[in-house]
Design a protein around this ligand. Structure first.
Ligand SMILES: C[C@](O)(CO)[C@H](O)COP(=O)(O)OP(=O)(O)OC[C@H]1O[C@@H](n2ccc(N)nc2=O)[C@H](O)[C@@H]1O
Ligand SMILES: Nc1ncnc2c1ncn2[C@@H]1O[C@H](COP(=O)(O)OP(=O)(O)OP(=O)(O)O)[C@@H](O)[C@H]1O
Length: 333
């Protein structure tokens, strides 16, 4: 059933990194409780949702690349997270997913930066706009959490404390802009495999040390001092990602040797992110890291930036949440 709706809606949506990621024990439902601090970075995908037209625009997903990202592993079918988000929204409002979703990807694929989750968040917001839904922000966040643990944060953006599976969010005060170098690997890591590897490592007598409390991280963010934050970056999944891909040790060392304040594996990896002492320092670190042969490509980015937002078309009444953050210079790169 196709219904008359407005012109296409395009949403820009950021990648995330985890400044702090404490992973609890395996739960009976197969997930792990997390305490994490997310930050949204100026590395963004664009999601355009267009009303399907019989014989002209078929429902489904098209995937395109931006910024040199290899999208060959992104499914252009109903398993795409963006499509699953449209279906979940359709179920919520009792509507067929009669739309075409176009993705322009710049977020590394299977890199631990929640690229698929970002596309799902973008598709939710764009479809809500296209369908002119009168859906509250909380309802949209609920649908997001149903689609994946990281999807709610991609809608939220900024800097936030995540608990539960990572889907329960509280905004974190972060007055300043932090400058990052993103080292993209030449392959991906599967998120469930990395969680499983951590469980395996933890079952051994020499289990990896767990990250500390989150409070000092929140204080460093409030102070805005990159040097303080650098000392506190921590990720329980890093030991598992390095165990699966020992080459990441070299990448992490190379970033610090190149002048970064600190480096950490992003989420489930294998992307590594390096905190730098300002934009110029980040550009220098990126140049050196690019020449070190320890990753496929590098990007300079800053955070926090806003979550998913409409850049073209109707935003509907389901806007993204209020953001008590500084969106940073130029908001997006
Ligand atoms: C690693 C992080 O990126 C950190 O923010 C996220 O926890 C991953 O979030 P995500 O990719 O949206 O993950 P989901 O699609 O919800 O889950 C994929 C799989 O990862 C594992 N998983 C995910 C989240 C979580 N809190 N515990 C888990 O054990 C589970 O095996 C799950 O089946
Ligand atoms: N829209 C999408 N973009 C990228 N990958 C997708 C998408 N939809 C489904 N996938 C599948 O999901 C897998 C993981 O992709 P994604 O880029 O989201 O990983 P990730 O960044 O490591 O995720 P996270 O950080 O949330 O754990 C890909 O290998 C791909 O097969």
């Amino acid at each position: 059933m196709f219904s008359a709706v407005g012109p296409p809606v395009t949403v820009r949506v950021p990648a995330k990194i985890n400044l702090h990621l404490a992973v609890g024990d395996l739960r009976p439902d197969g997930y792990h409780d997390l305490v994490t601090v997310f930050q949204a970075l100026s590395l963004t995908d664009e999601v355009t949702v267009t009303a399907a037209v019989p014989g002209a625009i078929e429902p489904g997903v098209s995937v395109g690349a931006a910024d040199g990202v290899d999208v060959s592993e992104v499914p252009a079918d109903t398993t795409n997270l963006a499509w699953r988000a449209v279906e979940a929204l359709g179920r919520r409002v009792d509507r067929a997913p009669d739309v075409r979703v176009g993705l322009r990807k710049a977020i590394p694929v299977a890199g631990g930066m929640a690229g698929g989750s970002a596309d799902a968040a973008g598709a939710l917001l764009a479809t809500a706009g296209l369908w002119r839904l009168d859906l509250g922000r909380d309802a949209l966040m609920e649908v997001a959490a149903e689609v994946g643990s990281d999807v709610a944060f991609a809608l939220h953006g900024g800097t936030a404390l995540g608990t539960g599976r990572g889907e329960r969010l509280v905004p974190v005060l972060s007055r300043h802009t932090f400058h990052w170098v993103v080292a993209v690997a030449d392959h991906g890591l599967s998120t469930p495999t990395v969680f499983g590897e951590l469980d395996r490592l933890r079952a051994r007598p020499e289990a990896p040390r767990r990250v500390g409390d989150v409070e000092p991280v929140l204080e460093a963010l409030a102070s805005g001092e990159a040097r303080s934050l650098a000392l506190l970056l921590g990720n329980d999944l890093q030991a598992a990602a390095v165990s699966l891909d020992p080459g990441l040790r070299r990448t992490l060392r190379a970033g610090v040797d190149a002048g970064a304040l600190a480096g950490v594996v992003s989420g489930s990896g294998p992307t590594c992110v390096f905190l730098c002492d300002g934009h110029d320092a980040a550009v220098r670190v990126a140049a050196e890291l690019a020449g070190a042969g320890v990753c496929r490509t590098v990007r300079v980015a800053h955070g926090p930036v806003p979550g998913a937002r409409v850049v073209d078309g109707h935003g509907g009444s389901t806007g993204p949440p209020p953001r008590p953050v500084d969106p940073g210079p130029g908001a997006y790169a």
